[in-house]
Design a protein around this ligand. Structure first.
Ligand code: HDD
Length: 690
């Protein structure tokens, strides 16, 4: 489609929407202040910016100092309310490319032609914490994508967990009140490990399924680049013939789904609370563009009732083995934002921003979401014109009779701002469905108005058990430990006991083991008898790749001259070796060559790396050995691959780690690199005895 008009800062005249359209639009708003004269906001050149205007050098500041007043007033108003949920987020620009046409299912233009590229903007987030909270919180992650399509903005506002805590949006304020820090003391920050959250869960057992995900490794991802995304709610595709399919949306990370361990997550929050945003930012800056494949699960309308769960229930997933995920495209994030406030903070998502061919279902959580998102932007972004902010503008023209309001930027010319009219030829005018006008799917409804929940929504445990059954042994241990940690932080024994009884409804063994850790006895029985499992749910079945993994290379003075070749080979295999030593600057090799040091033991820590490579050094000090030993032991306890060569084996031996699972000491040269890369691709060695 050709965008044939310039609309208040829209894209250039007569230009087809392509992958660069959004960037070109944003370019009109970018300002580079470098090498310019300092002015006030009125454009007045300023001669002095160090001192306020005073009555005498030691006298009071004068009210007439308009420069001081403007500067200070602007500063005083620089903050806006943070998002009530998903406050801590980080975003990037990218492009979505379609592989396979979805034309049989939807008429959405950006999903018709293989090879078609659409600009996107993606914001990842944690849910519970404030804007400044640590990013390794045990929490769901938001995964919100704005597609700037030729038919308007389409927002896919999802999470990295495919189900939700509640079935009806009316309970969302209750859930979030229980989840957020407790109101009497505002503790704890960005954590579910407190009484009100678990009291809510135990008394609203529809949360059983999501809480299993939230206590699993999914809630502590290694990277935004290594987690799945899910639209969660059931949406509807409508094709050109008006036929409808139910659809669930998926993002599958090309690098696979990987997590850190809980002890590591807590330490990272202290060592580098920006760990996830730094990872995303640096990956894009280094050209390691994060990639996610786009998939859909489709159910024909006539098959709506063929499943042993209600497909509109947002606490249920559609097992991939029953309803396969059809991969139809790929998103690549290839550009960091220029300004976090202007873009990441001001972006406004809304699951109700759809294009023709994508529609809603009666999923009662989705229905409530359709109200909440616009409402929240009104307070957060200060009025009804947030769609005019550069990051939110569609790349196609928009015309209507809406006018005025705080911060209005568009200058709508003419005197007509109403429909119907004769003075402007009755324009802007609605267009027919055939011409691209959005028409809601004409679902037949024959019902009474009731405040009720469908009987088909009342099984809260079968899929929680399905999730548990699908976990590998190490994943089960992590879940048991997570419940034990979280409930162990609850002060009320009654809350702990109630949750334990809820767990007994999911799996008695799970409940018993958590009970043992808490010193409590399970009273109830296992309600469910679901023996099904879904291999797609286990992270052990994900893709294993070494790409972009960070290796801490522990090097002291006097390293072997052949080290450089090994480091090059590790880089050639897609990993990122970084040199850590006991001092900054460079270390000197036995042949006099210099190796720049990236970090010292003071500024780096094993939790910030995926693997450790230990190299000998003749001039090692006892302090070096102490620091390196701590580094290696901690990496070992976090199940990470460890390699040693050029005499580094000696330290591994002293630590009694030689021959342990995932510890490589016996090989050299190319064989060492190949074996080490395989270990790194394996991510972790869960069966290691620690
Ligand atoms: Fe929501 C933000 C995802 C249920 C109300 N939500 C928000 C964001 C994501 C999600 C990723 C952050 C967007 C951004 O980065 O700016 N929310 C979900 C998912 C849900 C869900 C996957 C379950 C299917 N949300 C949900 C319900 C309600 C809300 C049931 C209320 C009825 N969500 C909001 C909100 C937020 C929001 C209050 C806060 C900031 C914002 O919208 O822009 O409107």
């Amino acid at each position: 489609m050709i965008c044939d008009e310039l609309n208040g800062g829209g894209i250039s005249l007569n230009k087809k929407v392509n992958e660069n359209s959004k960037d070109e639009q944003l370019e009109q708003y970018r300002v580079d202040d470098r090498e310019k004269a300092l002015t006030t906001n009125q454009g007045l050149k300023v001669s002095e910016d160090e001192f306020s205007l005073k009555a005498g050098e030691r006298g009071p500041t004068l009210l007439e100092d308009f420069h001081f007043r403007e500067k200070m007033t602007h500063f005083d108003h620089e903050r806006i309310p943070e998002r009530i949920v998903h406050a801590r987020g980080y975003a990037a620009h990218g492009v979505f490319e379609l592989y396979e046409s979805l034309q049989p299912y939807t008429k959405a233009k950006f999903l018709q032609t293989p090879g078609e590229k659409t600009p996107v903007f993606v914001r990842f987030s944690t849910v519970a914490g404030s804007r400044g909270s640590g990013e390794l919180a045990r929490d769901a992650r938001g995964f919100a994508t704005k597609f700037y399509t030729e038919e308007g903005n389409y927002d896919l506002v999802g999470n990295n967990i495919p189900v939700f805590f509640i079935q009806d949006a009316i309970k969302f304020p209750d859930l979030i009140h229980a989840l957020k820090p407790e109101p009497h003391n505002e503790i704890p920050q960005a954590a579910t490990a407190h009484d009100t959250f678990w009291d809510f869960i135990a008394n609203n057992q529809e949360a059983a399924h999501m809480v299993m995900w939230a206590m699993s490794d999914r809630a502590i991802p290694r990277s935004f680049r290594m987690m799945e995304g899910f639209g969660v709610n059931t949406f509807r595709f409508v094709n050109e013939e008006g036929k409808s399919h139910f659809v669930k949306f998926h993002w599958k990370p090309v690098l696979g789904v990987h997590s850190v361990v809980w002890d590591e997550a807590q330490k990272i929050n202290g060592k580098d609370p920006d760990f996830h945003r730094r990872d995303l930012y640096e990956s894009i800056e280094n050209g390691n563009y994060p990639e996610f494949e786009f998939g859909v699960q489709l159910i024909a309308e006539e098959d709506e009732f063929k499943f042993d769960f209600d497909i509109l229930d947002p606490t249920k997933l559609w097992p991939e083995e029953e309803v396969p995920v059809k991969i139809v495209g790929k998103m690549t994030l290839n550009r960091n934002v220029d300004n976090v406030f202007a873009e990441t903070e001001q972006v406004a998502f809304h699951p109700g921003s759809v294009v023709p061919g994508i529609d809603f279902t009666n999923d009662p959580l989705l229905q409530g979401r359709l109200f909440s998102y616009t409402d929240t932007q009104l307070i957060r972004l200060g009025g009804p014109n947030f769609h005019e902010l550069p990051i939110n503008r569609p790349v196609c023209p928009f015309h209507n009779n809406q006018r005025d309001g705080y911060g209005r930027q568009t200058i709508n010319v003419g005197r007509v701002s109403y429909h119907k009219n004769s003075l402007a030829g009755n324009t802007p005018t609605p267009v027919s469905e055939a011409e691209g006008g959005y028409a809601h799917y004409q679902e037949k409804i024959d019902a009474r108005k009731v405040r009720a929940r469908s009987e088909s929504f009342k099984d809260h445990f079968s899929q929680a058990t399905l999730f548990w059954n699908s976990m590998s042994n190490p994943e089960k241990i992590h879940i048991i430990n997570a419940f034990s940690f979280e409930l162990g932080k609850c002060l009320e024994i009654s809350v702990r006991q109630q949750v334990l009884e809820m767990l007994a409804n999911i799996d008695l063994d799970l409940a018993t083991k958590v009970g043992e850790n808490l010193g409590l006895v399970v009273q109830g029985n296992n309600l469910t008898s679901n023996s099904k499992s879904s291999p797609a749910l286990s992270q052990l079945n994900t893709k294993m790749k070494p790409d972009t993994r960070k290796i801490a290379v522990l090097v002291g003075e006097g390293f072997d001259a052949d080290l450089a070749a090994v480091l090059d080979a590790l880089k050639a295999n897609g990993t990122q070796p970084e040199v850590v030593s006991d001092h900054g600057g460079a270390v000197t090799g036995e042949d006099g060559s210099l190796l720049p040091v990236d970090h010292t033991f003071l500024t780096a820590d094993s939790v910030l790396f995926d693997a450790v490579y230990v190299v000998s050094s003749q001039g090692k000090t006892s302090m070096y050995n102490k620091e390196a030993s701590y580094f290696i032991k901690e990496a070992y306890e976090h199940y990470k691959p460890i390699g040693a060569s050029f005499g580094g084996e000696q330290l591994i031996d002293e630590l009694r780690l030689t021959g342990q699972l995932g510890v490589l000491t016996k090989e050299t040269g190319n064989s060492f690199v190949d074996s080490f890369i395989n270990l790194i691709a394996n991510h972790r060695f869960w069966d290691r005895a620690v």
